[in-house]
Ligand binder design. Structure first.
Ligand SMILES: [Mg+2]
Length: 409
C-alpha cells in the first residue's frame, strides 16, 4: 500500500532582486532590476518594478523606458549563493529529504517528517525565511512534485497553496496547457491551433491524436496532465567545487593552434559535465607545464556563471598567452572550471513556458547537442576545432593520449 506523499515545493519570489533589497535597506520598496550589464536583459525584477511592467528577460532599454526610475544592479552571484544556502538550511531543519533544483527552488519530502503537520512546517519555513533573510517564498503542498511546483507558482508572491490528496486532476484541469512540463512557446501555439486550451483537454485526448501533435512526449505529457507524477524527491549530493582536465603530450609542442584546439575540446567536455550536473561555472583556469616541468596557471572569470562552452571560448586565447610567457615548448596543458554554482538564469519562467531569455534558449540548444552525442556518439556533433584536431592527430602531429583529469574535488 502506497503511503500518501506530502511534497512541498518552495520557490523564492523575485529572488535576485529580493536579495538585493534584503541586503540594502535603501533599495526596499523601490523598483529595481538585477542584470543588464552584459547580456542587456533583466534577469530579475522587484515587485515594485513588475508593477510598472518590467519583466524577466526584457531588454533593459525597454525596462528603463517603462520605468524611468528603475535602479539597475549588476548580479552578485556569491551573495545569491549565500542567501540560497541559508534558505535551504531552514529547509534542512525540517527534513533531510531536500532536493535543490536551482538557486531558489527546491522540493521537500515531508511524508516521513510526521512529527508535525506539513502545513505547519510550510508556515514555519516561510516565517523563518521572511524574518531572518528578509525575503519571501511561495510554497505549494501536494502529493506530487508537479502539482506542488505548479501550486507554488500559481499565486506569487508570499503565497501558500495546498492541493489536497485526490484533487490533483481537479486542480490541474482548468489551467492553460503551458503549465505542463515541456510545453512552451513552441508547443502551446500547436495546442491552441488544435483547440486545446486547458490541461483537462490534454488529459482526455486520445493518445494517437496527442502523439500527432507532440510526438514521443505525448505519453508522459498525458500522465502529468492526469495529475500522476511518481517522481521521488532526490536529496542533493554535495556539488563539486571545481572540475578539470589535463593532457600530457607525447612530444613537447610549440603549436599554439593545436594547443588552443585541445583547450577548447577540454572546455567542451567540462561544460557538458556542468550541464549534466545542473551546474554553471564562473572561473576558468588554464594550466601549462613547460618542458623543464615548471607549472604555470592563470585564471579569468565571467561576470555571470555559465554552463556554455561558447561563453568560455573567448577567455582561452588571452589566458594561454598570459600563462605561456616564455618561448619554450609545452609538455602538458589543462583547463579547470571553478566557482561552480547551481545558479542558472533565474528559472522563474521555466515551468510556465512564458517567453524565455536567450541564455535559456542557448542552454536548451547545448542540452540538445549533449543528447545527440549521448545517443549517436561523440562524432554526432563536431565543432570546427574538433575536426581540425582530428585531422591533426591522424596526421601524426602533436599526437597525444588524453589523460583523464584529476576529477572532482
Ligand atoms: Mg523564484
Amino acid at each position: 500500500m502506497n503511503q500518501i506523499r506530502s511534497i512541498l515545493h518552495l520557490d523564492a519570489d523575485a529572488f535576485y532582486a529580493s536579495v538585493e533589497q534584503a541586503a540594502d535597506s535603501r533599495l526596499r520598496g523601490k523598483a529595481i532590476a538585477v542584470g543588464g550589464t552584459r547580456r542587456g536583459v533583466v534577469s530579475s525584477a522587484s515587485y515594485e518594478a513588475r508593477a510598472m511592467g518590467v519583466r524577466t528577460a526584457m531588454p533593459t532599454t525597454k525596462a528603463k523606458k517603462l520605468c524611468p526610475e528603475l535602479i539597475l544592479i549588476p548580479g552578485d552571484f556569491e551573495k545569491y549563493e549565500r542567501f540560497s544556502q541559508l534558505m535551504f538550511a531552514y529547509a534542512y531543519d525540517l527534513t533531510p529529504q531536500v532536493e535543490i533544483c536551482s538557486i531558489d527552488e527546491g522540493y521537500l519530502d515531508l511524508t516521513e517528517a510526521a512529527h508535525e503537520n506539513p502545513r505547519d512546517s510550510a508556515t514555519r519555513l516561510s516565517q523563518l525565511v521572511r524574518e531572518n533573510l528578509k525575503i519571501t517564498i511561495s510554497q505549494g503542498l501536494a502529493t506530487t512534485k508537479f502539482c506542488s511546483a505548479v501550486a507554488s507558482k500559481l499565486k506569487k508572491p508570499n503565497h501558500f497553496l495546498e492541493v489536497s490528496p485526490g484533487s490533483e486532476f481537479t486542480f490541474l484541469s482548468p489551467l492553460p496547457t503551458r503549465w505542463l512540463p515541456g510545453v512552451g512557446t513552441r508547443t502551446e501555439p500547436l495546442f491552441l491551433q488544435a483547440g486545446l486550451q486547458q490541461i483537462r483537454q490534454v488529459a482526455e485526448m486520445s493518445i494517437h491524436d496527442l502523439e500527432r501533435l507532440v510526438g514521443s512526449s505525448a505519453q508522459s505529457l498525458q500522465v502529468f496532465a492526469r495529475g500522476i507524477d511518481p517522481r521521488p524527491v532526490i536529496p542533493a549530493t554535495p556539488a563539486p567545487k571545481s572540475m578539470g582536465e589535463q593532457e600530457t603530450f607525447d612530444a613537447d609542442t610549440h603549436d599554439e593552434g593545436f594547443i588552443l584546439a585541445v583547450l577548447r575540446t577540454m572546455t567542451d567536455r567540462l561544460c557538458r559535465r556542468l550541464r549534466e550536473e545542473g551546474l554553471a561555472a564562473r572561473t576558468l583556469t588554464v594550466r601549462i607545464r613547460y618542458r623543464n616541468m615548471e607549472d604555470m596557471a592563470r585564471s579569468d572569470s565571467l561576470q555571470d556563471p555559465s554552463p556554455l562552452e561558447n561563453d568560455f571560448y573567448p577567455l582561452l586565447a588571452p589566458l594561454l598567452k598570459r600563462t605561456w610567457a616564455r618561448s619554450e615548448s609545452l609538455r602538458l596543458v589543462g583547463v579547470r572550471l571553478s566557482n561552480l554554482h547551481s545558479a542558472l538564469p533565474e528559472p522563474e519562467l521555466a515551468l510556465t513556458g512564458l517567453p524565455q531569455k536567450s541564455a535559456a534558449e542557448r542552454l536548451q540548444l547545448a542540452e540538445a547537442s549533449d543528447h545527440l552525442r549521448r545517443r549517436y556518439g561523440k562524432s554526432a556533433i563536431l565543432r570546427g576545432h574538433d575536426l581540425w584536431l582530428r585531422k591533426k592527430r591522424s596526421d601524426g602531429e602533436g599526437g597525444c593520449d588524453p589523460l583523464p583529469g584529476p576529477g572532482k574535488n
